[in-house]
Design a protein around this ligand. Structure first.
Ligand code: CDV
Length: 312
């Protein structure tokens, strides 16, 4: 089969302070798109919750203060220039943001990402399923992780969509640590999985940084790529945000599990790679071949229980 190549970019963002407005962030995203155009990108992947500081690290008493991090519409007046530039340059993009939405007369809050095609149309939306952290206030920790308080679990499953001549899947940050995330999308034919992340250098249960956090980031994405024969593009928001550290290490990973491009800074940095989606199809068909080799009768425990049942 002939190659099916797309040029993909991971547009890592350096820190965004709580005092930075949307316009200043969008300006940085547009700079990324311009560089991506110079490198002939078809698709650019931005981080999780791209438009603001990683606010779930803070406990907010004042609801109005929390609400200012959410987008009631997308595109919004502030993000319209990003959509316009992407159309002008002919680049598709993945964007993570905090979504506030009215559904069936109720207000909902999700940690969301959209896939926007080269015409500026949202072709796929994903709402984060694996929400890490805690819902209760834990003032004893300098860095909290309140995703379970501020967001509802996503209600759109793990979506894949036909785009750019292939099949693209979406997830967000903590999802990348769960084998099931990749498998579900691979079983829907995903040839490339795109994701954004905000990974604190200090775990929410500790008062010291995790020395393995960069290693675990790559380990989970490389394993997901190899075990499911798909490309994985993971993009960080990185650096010291208002005194709290976030890892970098944004990476483009081939279906072989190898990293083909990786960010070296914890700042705004674009990496790109030419990804042949045909490689994913070929490896899926030959190396693993789910249809011939998966033994589903022995996997039932995976969907029947969440926890662990050790022998008596
Ligand atoms: N934003 C995240 O989902 N962060 C988690 C941390 C809390 C472990 C992550 O998996 O990187």
């Amino acid at each position: 089969m002939p190659p099916r190549k797309i040029t993909v970019g991971a547009a890592q963002m350096g820190p965004i302070s709580a005092s930075d407005d949307r316009a200043s962030v969008v300006k940085r995203l547009i700079e990324h798109l311009k560089h991506a155009k110079d490198r002939s990108c078809d698709l650019v992947v931005f981080p999780e919750l791209t438009l603001t500081t990683f606010f779930p690290r803070n406990y907010y008493e004042d609801e109005a203060e929390l609400e200012k991090y959410f987008e009631p519409s997308l595109p919004s007046p502030a993000t319209q220039p990003l959509f316009d530039t992407a159309v002008e340059l002919g680049i598709a993009f993945y964007l993570g943001y905090a979504e506030k939405v009215e559904e069936a007369g109720e207000t909902h809050h999700y940690n969301t990402a959209v896939l926007v095609d080269k015409k500026g149309e949202i072709v796929q939306k994903y709402r984060k399923i694996h929400l890490p952290g805690h819902a209760d206030h834990r003032p004893q920790f300098s860095v909290q992780h309140l995703e379970k308080r501020y967001f509802e679990k996503g209600n759109l499953g793990f979506p894949v969509t036909r785009a750019f001549g292939g099949i693209i899947g979406m997830c967000i940050c903590n999802d990348r640590r769960w084998a099931e995330t990749y498998r579900v999308m691979a079983m829907k034919g995903a040839e490339m999985i795109v994701l954004g992340y905000n990974t604190p250098t200090r775990p929410f249960w500790a008062e010291h940084d995790n020395p393995q956090s960069d290693f675990h980031n790559h380990l989970s994405m490389q394993a997901g790529a190899y075990q499911n024969c798909c490309w994985v593009v993971g993009t960080a928001k990185a650096g010291i945000e208002d005194g709290a550290g976030l890892i970098g290490g944004s990476a483009i990973i081939a279906p072989t599990g190898e990293i083909v491009a990786q960010c070296m800074t914890r700042d705004d940095e674009l990496i790109t790679a030419e990804a042949d989606l045909e490689l994913a199809r070929e490896w899926k068909e030959n190396l693993l071949n789910f249809e011939n080799n998966r033994e589903i009768e022995d996997y039932q425990i995976i969907t029947q229980q969440a926890g662990i049942t050790p022998p008596e």
